[in-house]
Design a binder for this molecule. Structure first.
Ligand SMILES: [Cu+2]
Length: 114
């Protein structure tokens, strides 16, 4: 009986040690997955369709936005700074940086494409 009790205790100890180790490995794997689904933001190519200086909005026919997993389309963006819209006009080919700020697409940089 004593031996069985010892074996039971050892098994419980082994389980107790094994569980935290495997959950730690799981956490590490999840972190690497998260990093991979969020590539660094980069400039997106597009063509200015319309500018609303008053509202600080710009309509851009844009190419794929990799860091947002968004295909090319024409859509309205909000300029972080209205001054960004002063240097471009409809028809211009541009490069711009866009970020998602609480579901709003904000253009933080906008310049004529070389
Ligand atoms: Cu879009």
């Amino acid at each position: 009986m004593n031996i069985i009790q010892k074996i039971t205790t050892v098994s419980a100890l082994a389980l107790g040690i094994a569980l935290p180790v495997s959950s730690m490995a799981q956490t590490t794997m999840d972190h690497s997955k998260m990093d991979m689904s969020q590539p660094a933001a980069s400039m997106t190519e597009g063509e200015v369709k319309k500018i609303d200086l008053e509202a600080g909005k710009v309509t851009i026919k844009h190419g794929p936005i990799k860091h947002m997993d968004m295909p090319g389309m024409t859509m309205v963006f909000t300029a972080k700074d209205k001054a960004l819209l002063a240097n471009v006009k409809p028809g211009d080919k541009v490069e711009f940086m866009v970020i998602n700020e609480g579901g709003k697409m904000i253009v933080t940089d906008l310049k004529g494409a070389r």
